[in-house]
Ligand binder design. Sequence first.
Ligand SMILES: [Ca+2]
Length: 399
Amino acid sequence: MLRTNAAIAVAVSLFCSPQRDASADTIQVAQSVSPAPTQSSPATQRVTIAMQEVVRGLDEPVYLTTPVGDARLFVGEQPGRIVIIKDGRKLPRPFLDITRKVQSGGERGFLSVAFHPQYRTNGFLFVNYTDHNGDTNIERYTVSHDPDVADSGSARLILKIHQPYANHNGGMNLFGPDGMLYIGMGDGGSQLDPSGNGQSSNTLLAKLLRINVDRDAYTSPAANPYAKSGGRPEIWAIGLRNPWRFAFDAKDGNLYIADVGQDKYEEIDVVPSSRAGVNYGWSVMEGFSCLHGDSCNQTGLQRPAVVYSHSDGCSITGGFVYRGRKIPALDGHYFYADYCKTWLRSFKYVNGRVTEQTEWPVAKVSAIASFGLDAEGEIYAVSHLGVIYRMIAALPSGR
Ligand SMILES: [Ca+2]
């Protein structure tokens, strides 16, 4: 039990800034918050889902992914490891262990990994971790001759980004449908964006970045909004507070960003993935609201698709759009959770509108730090307490 309690204590501290204002619990729910999801909307009422345990006993897992077409699951552990789940069991030897390079704890640590779209031929993977100076490192590794082991000596630094505070490190590496590497960067931390990084195009903090990593030195695509002048060429979008998890849905052409809020609101943004230079509003706005006072200049700011208040959670965990084959009724649903709660929600985004907002009556899963996709498009939930769950169809109760 001691181990469990320690794990929970560590887990609760993750993503929740120590400065977080307790008054958040007492705020009034503004009219601008999205309507509460229903337990079953018409199109989804005939399907029930369950979270099936795949493996437990992992060490603070924070992400799950796999290379294209690969039957294995790769799980990132916050202290600095990637472990493989093969045929339902964790392999005893880590795929990669860089714990000596990683400063882990709170919002720091090994935060994600992305396999190159041509991993099968080039063997490249790109990790995102916090080093002993507290800075963000994007590093490339190459698989060894053993497909279950990466070459730990193959490290190549792609990008290092100074982090002024311990929190809001972002942490997601993900390849887009355009083959570029997208990197989610938080605003650098403390609270209320003290340096104004959100709206500055001269810093990589508080941004979504887009870079080409096909060669040893990265390049910034010419179509990036500040590639030619006026800001950092790596920037794809600005105005994000802490986009811990984001997702592309190649089928509907949209980018979903779950941006962790300050004291009041958590939000999900949905825009066409081809749209460059979107301004997501931080730190002018939090959710649909002005951050300071009743009014603010909202010209040019992207409004969220879905917002919920801190009466419903503390830190959004963005997931993925379901495009698997096993549960056709879920096709097109974007799933998400909250780190401090046990609910599982989804919605569909159709013709620019949020529909079918649903809260799923699944058994409670605590401390969901991330979701993940396997090569078949099936969705997994990653509990920071060490357990991986697979989302499966369940028979309706009473049958
Ligand atoms: Ca926003």
